[in-house]
Design a protein around this ligand. Structure first.
Ligand code: FES
Ligand SMILES: [Fe+2]
Length: 392
């Protein structure tokens, strides 16, 4: 499922990837049942065969002199592979725009861990969890106290002060926030994160200078989202242990998947689901230091965003100062969508993919009083840039 369309994807005998409407243009049997033959997929109903571009290349159920295969085309989308991901262009342009220069997607596949998780709600409410750092001190760390966290871990400040202040701004690629709060005397603890059009984020959960990751919230349809995480393998592991080396309560990092099925919504689902109350353990919630009683950071995010319902009722919300980034991002998206609807203006990044490259997030401590832009620029200048460094 992509953007509400049921598609089949296959690799032909020459290695090309085909992504096309599942419906055979003859009489609508599903090409899911198709035979992957030489350089094309053949519908099993009457044997019509299509190449990866959707051309009907064989029509064996029709007498040769009445063949009309040149008039038949399956709906096929342009698909490109890069570093372990298949990118599909579903727009109207004759040739697809260039792929975005999002940093983690440019690294060789061997350098990146790619994970998928399906979420059963609208893509935007799922994405908004990534640009909402105020929830971290509750949903994930509400049961922790500062004395549980290693003395040298700056993560402790999310617990010593659970109400950060924010700077937010539009950027070339989307929006950015710098959340800040006091650290030790004379110091500020910063958490920077980004939204990048149309559905990418970078979270603040990691050491800024080495935090090379990108997260996509791809709309399968209006109420199902495929989360795609790309994480640089040499990124230092995120702190999950307390001072004594025990996993902090609820901090499980492994996805607890159901078996994949061939259903349109059958892939990369988590075991914790609305029907089983996301496996909430009330006893653990009451006594174990796991604030939610749900195990796993991603599972906790999944539970709260799915619990809002398939599409959040925004009229019911009461947004506050800690939601500044969410407000800014919604306005940015609306402005871009309206400009496109009104005059066809392409959203940022479509024709200028380079603007996606110099964007980073993460946490760090500086002296107090440094401006947020200077704090960000200084970290960027000190950041590890494996692609640039390889080029040099
Ligand atoms: S329905 Fe596919 S060939 Fe007839
Ligand atoms: Fe979260």
């Amino acid at each position: 499922m992509l953007l509400g369309e049921k598609l089949i994807a296959f690799r032909d005998s020459s290695g090309r990837v085909g992504v096309m409407d599942q419906k055979c243009p003859h009489r609508c049997a599903s090409l899911f049942l198709g035979r992957n033959e030489e350089n094309g997929i053949r519908c099993v109903y009457h044997g019509w065969k299509f190449d990866t571009e959707g051309n009907c290349v064989d029509m064996p159920s029709v007498p040769a002199e009445r063949d009309f295969k040149h008039l038949v085309k399956a709906t096929a989308y342009k698909a490109v592979e890069r570093n372990g991901l298949v990118w599909v262009y579903m727009g109207d342009r004759k040739s697809a725009p260039p792929l975005p220069q999002i940093e983690a997607t440019l690294l060789p596949e061997s350098e990146v861990t790619i994970s998928f998780v399906q979420r059963e709600c609208n893509w935007l409410q799922a994405l908004e969890g990534d640009i909402d750092t105020a929830h971290f001190g509750f949903l994930h760390a509400g049961g922790l106290t500062a004395n549980m966290i290693a003395d040298d871990s700056i993560f402790r400040y999310t617990v010593t002060n659970r109400a950060p202040d924010y700077h937010v701004a539009d950027t070339a690629a989307g929006t950015m926030y710098g959340a800040f709060r006091a650290a030790e005397a004379g110091e500020t603890y910063w958490r920077f994160a980004n939204f990048m059009l149309p559905f990418w984020t970078q979270t603040p959960q990691g050491k800024f200078t080495e935090h090379l990751h990108n997260r996509a919230w791809v709309p399968m349809d209006d109420t199902h989202t495929m989360f795609v995480s790309l994480m640089w393998r040499r990124h230092p592991p995120f702190v999950t242990d307390d001072k004594d080396g025990n996993m902090m309560p609820g901090f499980g990092r492994v996805f607890d998947y159901l078996p994949n099925t061939t259903d349109w919504y059958g892939r990369w689902r988590l075991n914790g689901r609305p029907e089983n109350d996301w496996l909430i353990d009330r006893a653990a919630q009451a006594t174990s230091g796991n604030y939610t009683g749900i195990n796993g950071i991603h599972a906790q995010d999944q539970a709260v965003t799915e619990s809002m319902g398939p599409i959040t009722d925004h009229l019911f919300e009461h947004l506050g100062p800690s939601d500044m980034m969410i407000m800014r991002t919604r306005r940015r998206l609306l402005a871009v969508a309206r400009a496109f609807a009104k005059s066809g203006k392409a959203p940022p990044g479509v024709d200028n993919p380079d603007i996606m490259y110099p964007v980073r997030s993460g946490d760090f401590v500086t002296e107090a009083g440094l401006s947020w832009r200077d704090a960000y620029d200084r970290q960027m200048a000190a950041s590890v840039r494996p692609l640039q460094q390889a080029a040099e």
